[in-house]
Design a protein around this ligand. Sequence first.
Ligand code: C2E
Ligand code: CA
Ligand code: CA
Length: 425
Amino acid sequence: MFNECAEQALHAMRGHQGLVFFLDLDRFKLWNDSLGHAAGDALLREIADRLGSCTRPEDVVGRLSSDEFAVLMPHCAPDQMRFLAQRMLDAIAEPFSINGVMTTPNACVGVCTYPEDGTDIETLLRHADQAMYAAKGQGSQRWERYRPEMGKISQERADMERELRTTLAAGGLQLHYQPQICSSGAQRLYGVEALARWQHPEWGWVPPPRFIAVAEDSGLIHTLTSWLIDAACTQLATWRAQGVPMPHVSINLSTNNFHLPDFAMQVQQTLLRHGLNGQDLMLEITESVMLDSSPATLNNLQTLHAMGMRLSMDDFGTGYSSLSYLHRLPISELKLDKSFVQDVTVSSAASALTRSVLNIATSLGMTVVAEGVETQEQADWLARHGCPVLQGYRFAKPMPATDIGPWVQQHAERHAAAPLSHPND
Ligand code: C2E
Ligand code: CA
Ligand code: CA
């Protein structure tokens, strides 16, 4: 219906200018999952009303799919787009309350111009969508104007998704492991963190944040995580069989993993298949998992905990850092983000915050793992202030599984000889 009305409007305005807006709500799925579909529908109706109230009768407004809206404004010039896009964003961001829960809806908007960026509605929508995608990449409540190079970026993303799908199907990803060291005494090995690695035949090593983001957007993250857990368990069982003393493996999970109702059961089955138990895996989650109150997420978290798996809060200090959830859910470990660690010896703010995190964690009975420890000064400062576990290039870079056995052996020999010395001294 939108496309039909828009085509007619375009036909009628030949020779004049117009603007096409593509809107996408932020975190709509979270709202829908946590408050139910009736609340999701109410929010969509409210957004539709708000868009109606900031457009003219001759504008064409439509909803394209779950939380995507489009607006065609005939007889508008490119220099009006800033004002119009901002007015839509402001209208959407008015507080909205349902069932006693208050939210501030946010969105991102992409804009393109008729006739410069396209003359038919499909092309215009595709370009406005690409601009919206670029706006999303900047954060929330943003708008962007279409530029031709955006098409290239979205093509690259589509290529990456296709290649990742093929690579996953062929078992072509690898895991590298980074040791985590106890800061006191003989610098015992505390565990290793498994980190996904992808070497593409043409592109070389693809940075994990890039392909993980593509996996999350495309739904491939479920396949990736199943593979990851199986690969980490296979490796842990192999180390144990070889006599490599490996306390546990930490793995990184995405928020989306918890939306699968039987995720916890899948993990359980993988552990059983490899003769392992709950204590053998540490599950690293981010704050977005904590903020997601959907029933599937809560069930999965509780089931995993009941199976003996420990939860670790990754990148602590970078997000909301809300203290309230730390005691609501069974978190055993906090990973102090590398941005704090890197400044701990040079910035009084970073060192004060780090001391506070260490105090809170200690009083809640949690272990702190400092990430990204690169220098001996950082390691000394953290050890002196009671940070129990250190991870970073100062000790070891992430390495292939076959290098871990020899590394552990050498590390143990070094520190058995001189328990209180610094590594590599
Ligand atoms: P993260 O979980 O915070 O992982 C730590 C990152 O810091 C890793 O980057 C690691 O290589 C890097 N790192 C370790 N020591 C140091 C250091 O001393 N200095 C500096 N500057 N960096 C250090 P990597 O491997 O590129 O991973 C980046 C992110 O990608 C990870 O951040 C994690 O969020 C995500 N990721 C990686 N593997 C997986 C995976 O298997 N599943 C999921 N869901 N996410 C993953
Ligand atoms: Ca991590
Ligand atoms: Ca981290």
